[in-house]
Design a protein around this ligand. Structure first.
Ligand code: SF4
Length: 180
């Protein structure tokens, strides 16, 4: 068991109050996070409770990538949380920037702004995956998956180049699209 898991077990054994922060996601992950709090999945039976203020929270659940427009507010919310505190990056956007990772308004994964303790990938992750991730973090269950290293593959669609755009029947089309 890792030191972090050990700490979690000792400090958050009976209750885990969570603060839900979306720094710019599409709301898909939010819906799944809220789903785990509904009576169907009912994580309150494990002492996991949603709180309205970061000042009352042990854990911040982050959805969406780190954005230029919301980065400061996210950091301020994190700083308002009392120590010891954990951060869960939930969803591909929070874990790695997702499909927005190289857009102008996105800084990248949430770890660019906050120290992330645990990552729960998926777009969006299923409620079962979120509950499993939290249970692994708390040391309630053992991790059943092997770590995998990902490498950015070449994009199927070449990057945007204005010189490859041509006008056709009043529409601007990408010249090389027949090669894709
Ligand atoms: S990971 Fe997918 S579902 Fe979640 S915020 Fe990003 S795009 Fe939306």
């Amino acid at each position: 068991m890792s030191i972090l898991q050990n700490l979690c077990q000792q400090l958050f054994k009976r209750s885990l109050w969570v603060y839900h922060a979306n720094s710019g996601g599409c709301n898909g992950c939010d819906i799944e996070v809220l789903n785990v709090l509904t009576p169907y999945y009912d994580v309150e039976r494990f002492g996991i409770k949603l709180v309205g203020s970061p000042r009352h929270a042990d854990v911040m659940l982050c959805q969406g990538p780190a954005m230029r427009s919301t980065g400061k507010a996210l950091r301020r919310a994190y700083e308002a949380m009392p120590a010891p505190k954990l951060v869960f990056a939930i969803g591909s956007c929070a874990c790695g920037g997702g499909i927005w990772h190289d857009t102008y308004s996105v800084l990248g994964p949430v770890e660019k702004i906050l120290p992330v303790s645990y990552y729960i990938p998926g777009c969006p992750p299923r409620p079962e995956a979120i509950i499993y991730g939290v249970a692994v973090a708390l040391g309630v269950v053992d991790k059943k998956s092997a770590p995998v290293k990902f490498k950015q593959m070449e994009l199927a669609i070449p990057r945007y180049h204005p010189e490859d755009l041509k006008e056709e029947n009043g529409m601007v089309v990408y010249q090389k699209c027949e090669k894709i």
